[in-house]
Design a protein around this ligand. Structure first.
Ligand code: ADP
Ligand code: ZN
Length: 649
């Protein structure tokens, strides 16, 4: 069987390590007894084995691919072999708490060191670390590279108690990405000072430039590189034309994600505030998040998002990095993201738990105009601008595409993939292929009509008026300017308004048209001539006239109708009958109490999928519970009896 990932050996391997290598048995036993999972996924087995054996690794895996286990399992295996403490470099203090909480729940002795601790706690943790009793220690790069901390590492190293270094979110070392962190640059000290200690760097950022940067700056030239497929099969991609975006969003949430946790991305802070307030007024629990809010408010909102169920976060791109909440069921874009890289990263935050999730976007003419203008007006150099324009065009091509979105997305990252019709969770285009039409002639008509405006007194007009003239609509404005007598008046009556907007979006995206001033009046560019001469072919998708998702599959079809009619609560992640749904709700109520007592998000106690499986299978004994995915030995011991009690009542 060929694996669904590539292994690139920067240096020749000393010994060949197959999927179950020298440490395979110890590793699989840790996976099963500690984490309660039956088998490794994809590249995990090989990575774990390689790191257990002391090798360096660079792991490129999409969000939700299961990167954490790639260093947590080796850390446990090496700790059990008396190799001491694993140091995990993590960029966000805010998230260390939950990560450590999840490990402790699974019975793994882990801790973090950061400024949120009291000095007594910090001292206690340092003692645990120096004694080699901790299995994993999480800290931010700025702490790890202080002389004091390095001296502690020296001492551990001398005693053979430094088991490995894991560098999470390794793309932060790259100046190319938007998550660049100065402190990451100093991490090369780890290699220089402790050359024998294995290092594993992990990231979900796929592009070649970033990868090369990580290798160079972290001195990972000798590391094995593991590249997984970046496909996210459980995410359903859908892009709809904007037609009252708020109403579309509301309908999308109500119809498909009632009671689900989700993220709604907007471009501006103001729009974030307004959208959050509006969703709240419509009865949806929504909170705003952007860099303009107090740090305190931001922290509180993020905390509520992680801890509460079914909360919608309306946010700018300031929200996201390191949000490892597994049960985000949708990511919606009310504005166009900057480029496909951003789109993929932002939508990737949905469905980390592998259960069905939606990436939904609404976009329209104004988005294209805005993005294009932001690039044109920026003070950057021409070469940079051309690069940005190229990226915008690729994004628009994705939005306007009539073929498989998944194929296009993966192709953008250099990965070939068959269309997603093979999944239950196919993209909107695979689910209901749109009709296409040849818009070349229409584009010529639009441009020549604008040319007539220019001739006719030189005045400029916006898209609305242009479409009226093309469609032969006699409005006050048409009469006032005598536009009914233009030769282009009414030449496009057979093309709908929606289709005209699509034509204009394409022309702007391709740079044949641009907009000016506060009224967004349309202006021909030099390259418009190529279109007028018929040298540019435009094939467009038919505008979706349906006000909402248009042809999208309803939630009832995808999630089981019995569950949905049984109660108004959030539907379970797998289809359950009415009685099982009741058991699922009871288990969730129990879990919420446990999470509150432990001050942890509910998913750290058990994932939804694990509870749903319990509700379905109705285990009768502790042995039965142990068979369920996500139940390790510690959780079985801590919660097994209570679960049986909840299921009985
Ligand atoms: P990443 O860091 O790559 O985004 P995570 O490490 O958070 O992904 O893993 C995503 C989810 O998949 C987690 O809920 C994790 O428990 C689960 N997971 C990872 N590996 C496995 C596995 N081998 N079997 C079952 N579940 C797994
Ligand atoms: Zn598809």
């Amino acid at each position: 069987m060929t694996p669904d990932f590539d292994v690139i050996d920067a240096a020749p391997a000393e010994a060949s390590t197959g999927p179950v290598g020298a440490h395979g048995l110890a590793a699989i036993s840790v996976l099963q007894t500690v984490f309660g999972y039956a088998a490794f996924r994809g590249a995990q087995a090989e990575i774990v084995d390689h790191v257990c054996a002391g090798g360096d690794a660079l792991v490129l895996m999409p969000t939700g691919g299961g990167k954490s286990l790639c260093y947590q399992v080796p850390a446990i295996v090496r700790h059990r072999a008396d190799q001491g403490v694993a140091i995990v470099v993590s960029p966000l203090i805010a998230l260390m708490h939950d990560q450590v909480g999840a490990l402790e729940e699974a019975g793994v002795h882990a801790a973090y060191l950061n400024s949120s601790l009291t000095s007594e706690d910090a001292q206690r943790i340092e003692r645990e670390m120096m004694g080699g009793r901790l299995v994993l220690l999480y800290a931010a790069p700025e702490r790890i590279t202080t002389p004091r901390f390095l001296a502690q590492l020296d001492s551990l190293h001398e005693r053979g108690l430094l088991s490995l270094f894991a560098i999470d979110e390794a793309h932060c070392v790259s100046q190319w990405g938007h998550d660049f962190r100065e402190d990451y640059l100093s991490l090369n000290v780890l290699h220089e000072r402790y050359p024998g200690v294995p290092r594993i760097a992990l990231t979900a950022t796929a592009d070649d430039l970033t990868r090369a940067d990580i290798i160079e700056r972290l001195q990972l030239e000798e590391a094995r590189i593991f590249i997984s497929s970046f496909d996210r099969p459980n995410i359903r991609y859908g892009i709809v034309e904007k037609d009252n975006a708020r109403a579309q969003l509301l309908r999308f949430i109500q119809d498909e994600h009632d009671g689900d946790a989700g993220i709604v991305y907007c471009q501006s802070r103001k729009k974030v505030d307004e959208t959050a307030a509006w969703l709240s007024s419509e009865g949806i629990t929504a909170l705003p998040y952007h860099a303009g809010l107090d740090a305190d408010v931001r922290r509180r909102h993020q905390d509520r998002f992680l801890r509460e169920e079914g909360l919608v976060m309306v946010a700018t791109i300031a929200f996201g990095m390191g949000i490892d909440k597994p049960d985000v069921r949708f990511v919606a874009h009310l504005d166009l993201p900057k480029n496909i890289e951003s789109y993929y990263q932002e939508t990737g935050r949905a469905g980390r738990d592998g259960l069905p999730a939606d990436a939904w976007m609404t976009y329209g003419l104004a988005d294209v105009v805005n993005q294009r203008r932001m690039i044109d007006d920026s003070p950057a150099g021409d070469e940079f601008k051309r690069g940005q324009v190229g990226k915008l065009e690729a994004l628009l091509a994705l939005a306007e595409s009539h073929d498989c979105r998944r194929v296009r997305l993966l192709a953008y990252f250099g990965e070939a993939s068959p269309p997603c019709t093979r999944f239950q969770n196919a993209c909107d285009n695979c689910l209901s292929p749109p009709v296409t039409w040849n818009a070349t002639e229409a584009a010529r008509k639009a441009l020549s009509c604008i040319y007539r405006f220019h001739q006719n007194g030189g005045q400029r007009f916006g898209a609305g008026h242009l479409i009226d003239v093309l469609r032969g609509k006699v409005t006050d404005k048409v009469t006032q300017h005598g536009h009914a007598s233009l030769s282009t008046f009414g030449v496009g009556a057979d093309v709908s308004e929606g289709q005209w907007r699509a034509v204009l979006r394409q022309l702007i995206a391709l740079g044949h048209l641009r907009t000016e001033g506060e009224y967004h009046t349309l202006e021909l560019t030099a390259s418009a001539r190529e279109v007028l001469r018929g040298e540019v072919q435009l094939l467009l998708r038919e505008a979706t006239e349906a006000p909402s998702g248009g042809g999208r599959r309803g939630k009832t079809a995808s999630r089981g109708s019995a569950a949905r009619s049984a109660d108004k609560n959030k539907a379970p992640p797998v289809p359950l009958d009415a009685e099982a749904t009741e058991r699922f709700s009871a288990l969730k109520a129990w879990r919420a109490e446990v999470a509150r007592e432990h001050n942890l998000p509910a998913y750290v106690v058990f994932h939804d999928a694990t509870l749903a499986e319990m509700a379905r299978a109705q285990p009768q004994s502790l042995d039965d519970i142990a068979q369920i995915s996500g139940v390790g030995a510690k959780k079985l011991e801590a919660y097994g009896r209570e679960i049986l009690r909840v299921l009985e009542s």
